[in-house]
Design a protein around this ligand. Structure first.
Ligand SMILES: Cc1ncc(COP(=O)(O)O)c(C=O)c1O
Length: 381
């Protein structure tokens, strides 16, 4: 039975074998303390990969979002239009800065921010005389949002955007790496992401002056002086040189990891697509999805088993699966925030949460692991 079977995780770290070399160089040169050559090189390498000029390695993606919002000037009472279907880390920094999140629904084509819902939010905000200070567009489950129409709307109101590409490193939009079109963008190297530094993140922008400011805030906002002088409040947000070494080893295999994730998706897709009522997260025509997690929905009109029943069945066999993110407009902590749906009376993010499942998608999964998942789903439906 089940408890004997090896645990299959949703997504666990997958080392390339190159990491030790960089970690050892940090030890050999005693660059153990924060910063050092691995941090500098990791920033340069990510900058080269993305084609974005400025890269700032930080202790987490959350820290990167926080500094990004500060750069966009979000402060007390400011509204921020933010994707609802995402992990809470996307929106927490709005609250850190005393801002007010306004949540925007998804569209069905990519599961990301709906331009229609965004238009509605802007119309209402304009009528209320309270336009947002900034926007956060999320690239969900490794797929870019449809940035062009979204940015056109934000631009029309002169509102700058931060792209939360935490889950989408290696994905593209119109042939360009995710994060390239927004003023600021964010990556996460958390343990479950497509590549990891154990924990870490990055803020990216072509605005090098803004990046200098973020670098200053991230190192306790230390003014230029021999003694410790501070005229602003800062943070201890930099990535350590040891962890940046892991990142450099991981970056070497990012393209392989994207291929592996896409292969995992394809195996699930081929095995389950014939089941009436199962719909996989579509790959929108405007980009390459990194398929960070394979996600699908079960049509409750056709399939009488719920996502939670499938997740329970998988758990009985020691396999981890999860519901799709619970939209932020439904989180108790955000119960007083505004929310704009894709269509009147049709909330796409609610449907995706209520009917969606994320399947184990680690690039170090074996074929047998995947067969176990597929077999259980087939037997349960
Ligand atoms: C969409 C999204 N945004 C932000 C984050 C935060 O990144 P971190 O865990 O590195 O702080 C994550 C993941 O953890 C995420 O999935």
């Amino acid at each position: 039975m089940s408890s004997q079977s090896p645990r299959v995780y949703l997504a666990k770290p997958h080392m390339s074998g190159y990491e030790q070399e960089y970690i050892e160089s940090a030890f050999a040169t005693n660059w153990i303390a924060p910063l050092g050559p691995n941090v500098d090189e990791f920033e340069k390498e990510v900058s080269q990969y993305t084609g974005i000029q400025g890269a700032l390695a930080l202790s987490s993606g959350s820290a990167a979002i926080h500094l990004g919002l500060k750069l966009l000037g979000v402060g007390r009472g400011d509204r921020v239009f933010c994707s609802s279907l995402t992990f809470i880390a996307t929106a927490n920094p709005i609250i850190y800065e005393g801002g007010e999140p306004v949540f925007i629904d998804s569209e069905p084509e990519s599961w990301n921010m709906s331009p229609q819902a965004l238009e509605k939010a802007f119309h209402t905000a304009q009528k209320e005389g309270k336009l947002p200070k900034a926007g956060i567009i999320v690239d969900l489950y490794g797929q870019s949002a449809d940035m062009q129409p979204l940015l056109e709307i934000f631009d029309a109101y002169n509102v700058p955007v931060l792209e939360d590409a935490a889950e989408a490193f290696g994905a593209t939009y119109q042939g360009q790496p995710c994060g390239k079109l927004a003023k600021l963008s964010v990556l996460s190297f958390n343990g479950n992401k497509i590549i990891t530094t154990s924990g870490g993140g990055m803020l990216l922008s072509d605005d090098l002056q803004a990046m200098e400011k973020a670098r200053f805030w991230a190192t306790q906002a230390r003014d230029k002086a021999r003694h410790y002088e501070h005229s602003e409040i800062g943070y201890n947000y930099r990535l350590s040189n040891v962890l940046a070494g892991i990142g450099r080893g991981q970056l070497k295999v990012l393209e392989d990891r994207v291929k592996a994730k896409r292969r995992i998706f394809d195996t699930y897709y081929q095995a389950l697509k014939h089941i009436d009522g199962i719909t996989f997260m579509p790959e929108a025509p405007f980009g390459r999805c990194n398929r960070w997690l394979t996600t699908l929905t079960l049509d409750p009109q056709i399939i009488k088993v719920t996502p939670n029943q499938i997740i329970d069945k998988l758990e009985e066999d020691n396999i981890e699966a999860r519901p799709v993110w619970k939209p932020l407009h439904r989180q108790p902590v955000f119960k007083n925030c505004q929310y704009y749906t894709h269509e009147e009376g049709n909330s796409i993010s609610d449907y995706l949460f209520e009917n969606g499942i994320c399947l184990p998608s680690g690039t170090n999964m074996t074929q047998e692991d995947q067969d176990r998942v597929i077999q259980i789903i087939r037997n349960t439906i």
